[in-house]
Design a protein around this ligand. Structure first.
Ligand SMILES: Nc1ncnc2c1ncn2[C@@H]1O[C@H](COP(=O)(O)OP(=O)(O)OP(=O)(O)O)[C@@H](O)[C@H]1O
Length: 609
């Protein structure tokens, strides 16, 4: 066997490497040098690296090295303090070989490093400067020591460099390299062990930044999609990963449908298969394997095949926008369209109208909508009866605006009118009635939130309006709920195409909505803010939608309900695990879940299918 001459400590050996290098530069071969150096020299020569002079290049910032350095920089800085006062430098470089950071407390060494441009921003890959601790470790993907004349470039032969690559703790992707550089005369095999130990510390720091749940899911995903030929997805509540084959195969709509369909069966803690019809018309066969972390279900990995008879996914057509009944409002129920028709007609005939209904039912929205001009202008002035202040001045302002004749006066929240303002307002309504036939839009309408018991407003003020229109609560016009929810989602998506699945829309239509449209609006906005893949299914709706209590809940009870729903959702219907997470007994959790009207599907995983 040829004697390898790279024993880094021997004088005689250093001379032999020098000779081998000269031989290589002359003949292109140097059999006596260890093979990894010989191959690196060959690569350097074929890349056209100059063996005598350095030509520093500054590679473009095309890798994610800075981002990685941000995450491990503190650990590296701490490791570097161990070398304070020593003539060594610790360098971190990106996968491209671009030096990102260096620590060097020794002024003389610093000067020598600067002389060879071994400084941040400069490329030290093999393609830039030939064989060296940074570039060759990156090329080989393993710790590498390069000493003195083993450097391809003569100018670097005064150094010894030990490079240890930094790999992603889960994916194994190359993220950079830690290099220790010192004078060649100080070369020591321990340099390599030290560089490797620092790289391990950095990798541990990266691992600590990953949650155990994510790591478990990622590991299963990588194991399943190893050869990359089969479409694979991994998903949990927070993560969605697709390999290239899955990305190529699925249109965004099909992708969202697969995720949605899977979220319904993810509560099942055993591997299972199912079929799904996709928006493109294709049929997908899906095999799902759950992932566990410390015994808890965290998500799972999905292998997918499209039915071979339908292998050409068709682009799904976009969901048609909801057509508003009037500008800014939608509704299809008879109750809604009747109310709109009556208000329009009364306003057109300059009659004073009182629009009654529960809180948040859409009284003001309806009045605004009927007053939108063709040019988008709004011809109303809203006076909030809850903010009257000085009654005389408030009535004066009302009169002025009526005389201006440039719009309808809306008295919002008439039920909150202070008692002292009742009589002056009644007087105004009486005076106003005869003038309502005068040309110009100057009539009065009001919104009135009804309460369980009649109030003074019902008895004293309401009779002075020409007509009353009552807008039914949402629970009495469930047909409006899906159109309202879709329209609200179109506006809440912030430019993104976010949708509620048909199941989610149907589920929303079954809920009682004590806060009416305002309540629904709040829920839609919350769901849009927390969505991850553009499609919101029943299980991604806010906690309150997954429980239907048969009585109003107190604030504390609502918080308890949310915690129970969250835990059941997180543990995929495993009541024992959810109870453990909440510190409750299973019996108490079940009792409370029942009391709060938690959907039974959350307590019993749905069957696969
Ligand atoms: N028909 C509708 N179409 C679209 N959005 C609606 C409709 N009805 C109500 N909304 C929305 O519901 C919310 C509440 O509506 P609005 O303020 O008109 O209710 P309200 O009955 O006047 O409430 P309150 O009496 O509590 O002040 C608003 O965000 C509004 O945009």
């Amino acid at each position: 066997m040829a004697e390898h001459v790279s024993d880094v400590t021997g004088e005689r050996t250093a001379g032999a490497v020098s000779q081998a290098r000269a031989q290589f530069l002359e003949s292109g071969a140097a059999p006596s040098v260890r093979s990894q150096i010989q191959l690196s020299w060959a690569r350097s020569a074929s890349l056209g690296v100059d063996p005598s002079e350095l030509h520093p290049v500054r590679p473009r910032d095309d890798d994610r090295g800075d981002e990685v350095f941000d995450r491990v920089g503190d650990v590296l800085a701490r490791a570097a303090t161990a070398f304070e006062g020593e003539p060594v430098s610790i360098i971190f470089a990106a996968p491209s070989g671009r030096v990102l950071h260096w620590y060097c407390a020794d002024a003389a060494l610093r000067g020598r490093l600067e002389a060879v441009s071994l400084v941040p921003g400069v490329g030290y890959g093999e393609a830039h400067v030939g064989t060296n601790g940074i570039g060759t470790a990156l090329e080989l993907g393993r710790p590498t020591l390069v000493v003195g004349q083993e450097h391809f470039n003569e100018r670097l032969s005064m150094f010894a460099c030990a490079g240890a690559p930094l790999h992603h703790p889960v994916t194994g992707a190359l993220l950079g390299v830690v290099d220790i550089t010192c004078a060649a005369s100080l070369a020591n095999p321990l340099l390599l062990g030290t560089a490797r130990a620092i790289a391990v510390q950095l990798q541990d720091a990266l691992a600590a930044q990953l949650s155990g749940r994510d790591t478990a899911l990622l590991r299963d995903y990588l194991a399943t999609s190893r050869d990359g030929s089969e479409p694979v997805l991994a998903l949990s509540d927070d993560v969605l990963m697709l390999n290239r084959s899955a990305q190529d195969l699925l249109s965004p709509q099909d992708r969202a449908a697969v995720v949605s369909r899977t979220s319904q069966t993810r509560v099942i803690a055993t591997a299972h298969s199912f079929r799904a019809n996709l928006p493109s018309g294709a049929v997908a066969d899906l095999s799902y394997a759950p992932t566990f972390h410390h015994g808890a279900l965290v998500g799972g990995v999905l292998r997918l095949q499209l039915d071979p008879t339908q292998d050409e996914p068709v682009q799904a057509s976009p969901e048609p926008p909801v057509r508003p009944t009037l500008p800014g409002v939608v509704g299809v129920s008879e109750a809604w369209t009747d109310a709109v028709g009556r208000v329009r007609e009364l306003v057109a005939h300059q009659r004073t109208v009182l629009v009654r209904g529960e809180a948040g039912v859409g009284k003001l929205s309806l009045l605004k909508a009927v007053h939108f001009g063709a040019n988008g202008s709004l011809h109303i002035r809203v006076f909030d009866c809850a903010a009257v202040g000085d009654v005389d001045r408030w009535i004066d302002r009302l009169c002025d605006d009526l005389e201006d004749g440039c719009g309808t006066i809306v008295l919002q929240h008439l039920e909150r009118l202070p008692a002292v303002a009742v009589e002056p307002l009644v007087r105004l309504l009486r005076q106003h009635a005869p003038t309502s036939s005068v040309e110009g839009p100057h009539w009065i309408v009001a919104t009135h939130t009804v309460s369980a018991r009649p109030t003074a407003i019902d008895a004293v003020v309401a009779p002075h309006f020409d007509a009353t229109v009552t807008l039914a609560p949402l629970r009495e016009r469930p047909d409006d709920i899906p159109v309202l929810a879709r329209s609200m989602m179109q506006n809440a998506g912030d430019g993104e195409d976010v949708r509620l699945t048909p199941d989610a829309l149907a589920h929303l239509a079954r809920l009682p909505w004590p806060g009416n449209a305002a309540h629904l609006h709040e829920v839609v906005r919350h769901a849009a803010r927390h969505q991850r893949n553009g499609l919101i299914d029943v299980w991604q709706l806010p906690e309150e939608c997954l429980a239907v209590p048969d009585r109003p809940l107190s604030v504390t009870e609502s918080l308890e309900r949310d915690a129970i729903v969250r835990a059941l959702r997180e543990h995929r219907g495993d009541t024992a695990a959810a109870a453990r997470a909440l510190g409750l007994s299973v019996a108490l959790l079940s009792r409370q879940a029942q009391d709060f009207g938690v959907l039974s599907e959350l307590l019993e995983p749905p069957p696969a299918g």
